[in-house]
Design a protein around this ligand. Structure first.
Ligand code: ADP
Ligand code: MG
Length: 697
């Protein structure tokens, strides 16, 4: 079957609706999708029935409301379609009510305190803008998840609210430019996903990978990524087979998987989809991660999505390409053909510049996790300081506007907004700065700080809301102006002047940049997750989310608490895993090998008393030292892990893990890793870094 023939075959998409729904129902459905309005129950009943028939024809027996609780992964509760029909028989049924709204016990999902104040029950509500699909014989209905009081308990609800917020404000701005044909705008996203693939057999022998997703021990292999021979290299047959099946599975689910290639580290790869509407891109990214794991398992491999599975080699991230599109098909971040369009482009650009500067802390928070802390600022991913790359050409234009000087020296023309045509910034001329956290790449921004395991919903919710706020301020100001063009000119100049500190076109990995950013420019440097998260509840941030009805204060506080709790839990599990591995496998192995060496010395000397046993003696001595150091660090770590439970406040506990427990874990690792380098391979209990990184032939 050709790709267009099977693309989306497991999706109840618009083509499917058109073919299967009565005309009026289809029109009503289309209107709902377009306007994001809720569906009338009589319409919902017809849609549900058609959906069920379609799903059953495609082998489905169950349905589920598919949602994204605050755990960051998707959740589902399967219900079968069967309904008793008397005389011991059943029929397959699915009502509009079941389609539109589901009830779910919210009490086992993280709520960060909301549960205490509100009811334990929660409900899920269909997001009709994201198509239903069939996965593992189950009809999945993408839904939002809320408490009965209406508080969001998931990642999708605030994302949808943020899309509404930016739609409202962007339309006001477009109207000011005399634009009357656009009726809605949507933000668009293409999320590039990095991952590692390793062989199942080596994975099964690493407790740390199984329990924590990353290696907590492991000496550096002789060869890592130094030769840069993996990046864009030939894809190995096993990986190629995996990628082929992954593409096919994703295409069936309507995911626009487009590009697959090898990444920098050995065994690291990337998948990039074609961009789409943000909430769908977010659903699709969740699906992509899930399907990656499933397909890897079929190929006797494991897909690692952790941000830093291996120390010393690049970790994995996610590049969130973001733009704004009108329903008439115009990309608002694309410089236009006429001066008028350019002025509009510059205003939207200024909104993003101001948003990133004023809400840099929120962008940092949106990517904060224990896993991602290992990447940010580690010379492989952007630093924890948020800045923006615009490229030389665009920066020069902004400079000229700000100074009211000639941009093009030859033409001696003043750079007045709305007078001159801006040059286009074709992809190949915007320099590809790969070290910037937030880079303009011609007609979109690439936010590069996201971790590979994280959902993209939070980052996009933050970007959308922050930009909505700046557009709101711009619209307020311009709507009240006597002369639109004069006001527009001064607004753009003022914004550039006040927020240009966020623009940085140099090397973001440079030490000197962090110095300049923090001391000269005063940009926030929120190094770790516990440093960043408390700013979630800063007054200006609570105000922002409340003003745009994206998150209430209660919701912000609960989210902050959940993220901190998660950080604590992750580190606690890592500490316990280290303790377990050290006690049960590593110390015994080290001791056993030292004993073997000593026995060898004794046996050799019993035959030839004058034999020189330098290797055995020196190694046994060093190994014994390391064994003792390891043991002491282990005892310390055990005490810390107990103490951490007694601290009480989540923030203090998180700080304790970061400042006390994590450094101890690192020291313990250092001892064990050195021991690994001098212990005979057959004695070492775990596959080495070399075994794992080069496990796929
Ligand atoms: P690269 O050179 O980094 O591969 P591309 O231009 O091919 O850059 O795009 C990278 C990602 O950006 C892809 O996922 C692509 O679909 C996405 N993208 C392109 N245009 C847009 C847009 N207007 N909005 C959101 N994402 C976009
Ligand atoms: Mg990229």
């Amino acid at each position: 079957m050709s790709i267009p023939d099977y693309f989306g075959c497991m999706v109840f998409n618009e083509a499917c609706m058109k073919a299967r729904l009565p005309k009026e129902t289809y029109q009503a459905m289309k209107k709902t999708i377009r306007d994001g309005k809720s569906l009338d129950l009589t319409v919902a009943n017809v849609v549900a029935n058609a959906m069920k028939d379609w799903a059953v024809e495609h082998g489905a027996t169950h349905y589920t409301h598919w949602f994204q609780p605050m755990t960051g992964i998707t959740a589902e509760k399967h219900e079968s379609f069967i309904s008793p029909a008397g005389k011991g028989t059943v029929i397959m049924e699915f009502s509009g009510k079941e389609l539109v709204k589901g009830e779910s016990d919210a009490s086992s999902f993280p709520s960060g305190g909301i549960r205490a104040t509100f009811e334990a029950r929660g409900y899920t509500a269909w997001d009709p803008t994201s198509y239903a699909f069939i996965k593992n014989g189950t009809l999945c209905i993408p839904t939002a998840f809320c408490s009965f009081g209406g508080e969001a308990l998931d990642k999708k609800t605030p994302l949808l609210r943020s899309m509404e917020a930016i739609n409202r404000q962007a339309l006001r701005v477009l109207r000011l430019f005399g634009n009357t044909d656009v009726t809605s705008i949507k933000t668009t996203v293409g999320a590039e996903q990095e991952y590692f693939l390793i062989d199942r057999d080596v994975y099964d022998r690493r407790k740390d990978l199984i329990y924590t997703g990353r290696t907590l021990f492991g000496a550096k292999p002789p060869k890592g990524q130094e030769l840069d021979d993996h990046y864009y290299g030939t894809i190995k047959p096993r990986v190629a087979a995996f990628m082929k099946e992954l593409d096919e599975e994703l295409w069936k689910l309507g995911v626009l998987s487009k590009t697959e290639h090898n990444e920098v580290a050995p065994s690291q790869h990337e998948l990039a989809p074609f961009f789409t509407t943000t909430n769908i891109a977010s659903d699709h990214n969740q699906l992509t991660m899930e399907v990656m794991k499933k397909v890897a398992a079929k190929h006797h491999m494991v897909c690692l999505l952790h941000e830093k599975p291996f120390a010393g080699v690049n970790g994995s991230g996610k590049h969130n390409n973001w733009s704004i599109s009108t329903n008439t098909g115009v990309n608002l971040l694309e410089p236009g053909e006429t001066p008028y369009e350019n002025a509009q482009f510059l205003l939207f650009l200024c909104a993003v510049i101001k948003a990133v500067d004023e809400y840099a802390d929120l962008l940092r928070i949106s990517v904060a996790s224990a896993g991602n802390d290992h990447r940010l600022g580690a010379q492989e991913a952007p630093p924890a300081v948020v800045s923006m790359f615009l490229g030389d050409e665009l920066s020069e234009i902004l400079d000229a506007i700000e100074a009211d000087t000639a941009y093009d020296a030859k033409e001696k023309t003043l750079m007045r907004v709305g007078v001159h045509v801006l040059p286009k910034f074709p992809r190949d001329t915007t320099d590809r700065n790969r070290t910037s956290p937030f880079a303009f790449t011609g007609n979109k921004f690439e936010f590069r700080m996201l971790g590979s395991a994280d959902t993209i919903a939070c980052a996009n919710m933050m970007i959308n809301t922050a930009v909505a706020e700046e557009l709101r301020q711009f619209a307020d100001y311009l709507e009240g102006a006597d002369d639109f063009h004069v006001a527009l000119n001064s607004l753009i100049r003022k914004t550039i002047k006040e927020h240009k500190r966020i623009i940085f076109n140099g090397n973001g990995y440079d030490e000197s940049w962090i110095e300049e950013a923090t001391t000269v420019r005063g940009l926030p440097n929120l190094v770790s997750t516990p440093d960043a998260l408390p700013h979630y509840t800063d007054e200006k941030n609570i105000e922002l989310f409340a003003k745009h009805k994206v998150l209430s204060e209660v919701e912000v506080r609960s989210r902050c608490e959940i993220l901190l709790e998660n950080y604590v839990k992750v580190l606690h599990i890592e500490a316990l895993t280290m303790i377990d591995m050290t006690n049960k496998d590593l110390l015994p192995a080290m001791s056993r090998y030292a004993k073997t060496l000593c026995k060898t010395i004794a046996e050799k000397k019993s035959v030839l008393p004058d034999l020189d046993c330098t290797y055995e003696t020196a190694t046994a001595a060093r190994l014994s030292e390391l064994t003792n150091d390891t043991f002491h660090l282990l005892q310390t770590l055990e005490q810390y892990a107990v103490h951490a439970k007694e601290i009480g406040s989540t923030l203090e506990t998180a700080m304790y893990y970061k400042d006390v427990v994590l450094p101890c874990m690192e020291q313990l690792r250092k001892c064990v890793d050195e021991a690994e380098t001098i212990t005979a391979k057959e004695y070492w209990p775990y596959p080495s870094y070399g075994d794992m990184l080069f496990s796929i032939k």
